[in-house]
Design a protein around this ligand. Structure first.
Ligand SMILES: Nc1ncnc2c1ncn2[C@@H]1O[C@H](COP(=O)(O)OP(=O)(O)OP(=O)(O)O)[C@@H](O)[C@H]1O
Length: 308
């Protein structure tokens, strides 16, 4: 079995009356890209801050790269990289100045430092922009600079908090290619997101809601194990049909996608297509088909209104 480099057991973080993280267990293997998927405020940043040693848990155990947190946080610092949610670089410094500033936080020898900066400028396509102010760069360019800065110390584990919230789909794709290069070279990556397409790229992910882990597994495994059938209905008067479906006990949710309704039906229904067709309001002209689940279906089934 591959080594677990992040291990948490019974992790709790309480802010006054609010339990931001509630009894979280976590195991992340070396080289894995592990995602935290969840809505705003579900506790993703709080979890990352505890796993990097920046925030003390209320209770629970954390072991990262064999070190116990928060006790050994200082020993761990040089082995981690952390790209925070907000743009954490200096807008009024150039690309080069920002990288030099970050490099000064680590014990580089002078020549080593320049070599590493040159390497990063090249890898992240920034060599033509060394003298550009970070504040004048596009969202995608800034994100590349932030990533270069986060990996300047060649971290064993890289934490990324909603890294692609300000970039377009092409930049997001390119960014993920870079993450797979890092993962392939042995870097473990923990990334938070609320985008389904991003979560789907992870080797493994945890779905978080109100600080609680609702599901954990590879995207494929989560879709296979989902506790619901997915049915698509094409026909007239979809808005009215949606309202009627919402009143049926075995229907978890119904949502409109273009001209069709995508309906989640509880797993204990044997034949979901027949089940829909047998409803009194179902019209013969409607096309009802069983379809493969998506990660969004998994998310809806195990969170919010899906949890009945
Ligand atoms: N220092 C703090 N003091 C009090 N409450 C806090 C503190 N930090 C976070 N919280 C609360 O804990 C909950 C989880 O916040 P957190 O930032 O971890 O969520 P998140 O999933 O990262 O959200 P987002 O996607 O919006 O960043 C929120 O309700 C937040 O208001």
């Amino acid at each position: 079995m591959t080594e677990s480099v992040i291990h948490a057991k019974g992790l709790v973080k309480q802010f006054g009356d609010l339990k931001a993280i509630d009894n979280l267990d976590l195991d992340v293997e070396q080289g894995q890209i592990y995602g935290f998927l969840g809505p705003n405020g579900c506790g993703k940043t709080t979890a990352i801050r505890m796993l990097t040693g920046l925030l003390k848990p209320t209770s629970g155990d954390i072991n990262v790269l064999g070190l116990s947190l928060p006790k050994d946080a200082e020993k761990l610092r040089t082995q981690l990289g952390y790209m925070t949610q907000k743009f954490s670089l200096y807008s009024d410094l150039t690309v080069l100045e920002n990288l030099k500033f970050m490099a000064a936080l680590y014990p580089f020898k002078k020549q080593q430092k320049q070599q590493r900066i040159d390497e990063l400028l090249h890898t992240y396509g920034l060599d033509q922009r060394v003298d550009q102010m970070a504040g004048s760069m596009s969202g995608g360019q800034r994100q590349r600079l932030a990533l270069a800065a986060a990996v300047i110390n060649k971290p064993k584990i890289l934490f990324l908090d909603e890294p692609t919230s300000a970039v377009d789909p092409q930049n997001r794709r390119d960014f993920w290619e870079t993450l797979f290069d890092l993962s392939n070279a042995g870097t473990t990556i923990l990334v938070t997101t609320h985008y389904m397409d991003e979560a789907e790229r992870c080797h493994r992910l945890a779905i978080l809601e109100s600080g609680i882990k609702r599901a954990d597994g590879s995207p494929k495994q989560l879709m296979t194990d989902m506790q619901a059938h997915v049915v698509e209905i094409a026909g007239a008067q979809t808005r009215e049909l949606k309202k009627q479906l919402a009143t049926i006990d075995h229907v978890i949710s119904a949502t409109q996608l273009g001209a069709q309704l995508r309906v989640l039906v509880k797993k204990d229904v044997q034949d979901p297509v027949e089940f829909i067709k047998q409803q009194s309001f179902c019209q013969d002209t409607w096309q009802v088909n069983s379809v493969r689940p998506s990660l969004e279906d998994v998310f809806v089934t195990c969170t919010g209104q899906g949890r009945q």
